[in-house]
Design a protein around this ligand. Structure first.
Ligand SMILES: Nc1ncnc2c1ncn2[C@@H]1O[C@H](COP(=O)(O)OP(=O)(O)O)[C@@H](O)[C@H]1O
Ligand SMILES: [Mg+2]
Length: 283
């Protein structure tokens, strides 16, 4: 594991330009047609994310959180409204957005290093430079020495860290994370939260992070977007006053508990939160 001094040598290091808007979600709606019926997934979502900001999105299962991230990636267009990433409307997938899913989806026949350089191969970028960068990133996520290992030789938490390195390898300034730690045990998950805070702070990335866990959202985020049940709307966006860098002990602070309770209250009655993890509720 490397500290901040090691991270300073990384080429991905940059200072976020204060005030610059990374992502604008402007009155976005999404209705999926399903045979004769349709599913109204998102209803007029508006949201602005500043460059370098860490935003968490919480909401009941099925309220359209993953849909929102997919729309940001440009994999499909919204049925209403528009999305703007760094000043340009999203009309197709592009290189300035990295994504991490709930499961690490590493290719079993490629080494960890080869998995991390996959986007470099796919985007046909400079391979030598990509390998160098992948090594730096593997060190950043605490996987130095595992370059030649195969995914099945690593624990779930380590695989997820490799997936994070992969999402960072082409230096997309905006990182989308869809419940990336949902499948991990509680202790590994806490460690990953600490790691992610460190990586975010060292890299200056803008992060949109979806989670089922309210404490996880409060631990990580500068602001927390609370969504309603489907059709997903923004119920409220809360500022998180807790100072950085946060430690796990900060979760015991009264202010931490108050924010968790406030969000839980907003979601009240939405017992479906946690549903997609076999009924387990993460708080
Ligand atoms: N490709 C799709 N086709 C049809 N319906 C979809 C599609 N993707 C998502 N949905 C529906 O949209 C709603 C929101 O889904 P999703 O964004 O995955 O919710 P969440 O991530 O908040 O759990 C759900 O009812 C889901 O079934
Ligand atoms: Mg989802």
């Amino acid at each position: 594991m490397i500290g901040t001094s090691g991270a300073q040598t990384l080429s991905l290091e940059r200072s976020p330009e204060t005030g610059r808007i990374a992502l604008t979600v402007d009155d976005v709606s999404m209705i999926f047609a399903r045979g004769n019926t349709s599913v109204h997934a998102l209803d007029r979502i508006s949201l602005e994310v500043r460059d370098g900001e860490f935003i968490a999105v919480v909401g009941p299962s099925g309220c359209g959180k993953s849909t929102l991230l997919k729309l940001v990636t440009g994999l499909r267009p919204p049925t209403g409204g528009r999305l703007i990433v760094y000043g340009r409307e999203v009309t197709r997938p592009r290189g300035d957005v990295g994504i991490v899913f709930q499961s690490p989806v590493l290719l079993p026949w490629r080494t960890i290093l080869e998995n991390v350089t996959l986007p470099i191969d796919v985007l046909k970028l400079d391979a030598a430079r990509g390998r160098e960068r992948a090594r730096e990133l593997l060190a950043l996520v605490g996987l130095a020495g595992f370059e030649k290992s195969y995914p099945n030789e690593l624990s779930g938490g380590m695989q997820q860290r490799a997936a994070i390195a992969r999402a960072l390898v082409y230096d997309a300034p905006l990182l989308l994370m869809d419940e990336p730690f949902g499948a991990l045990d509680a202790m590994t998950r806490e460690q990953m939260n600490l790691e992610l805070q460190r990586i975010w702070s060292a890299s200056g990335k803008t992060v949109v992070f979806i989670t089922h866990s309210i404490p996880e959202a409060v631990f990580l985020a500068d602001r927390i977007v609370v969504m309603s049940a489907r059709p997903g709307r923004v119920l409220r966006t809360l500022d998180n006053p807790l100072p950085r860098m946060r430690s796990l002990d900060d979760m015991l602070h009264p202010e931490f508990g108050m924010l968790v309770r406030e969000i839980r209250g907003l979601l009240g009655g939405h017992v479906a939160v946690g549903e997609s993890h076999g009924g387990r509720v993460d708080w």
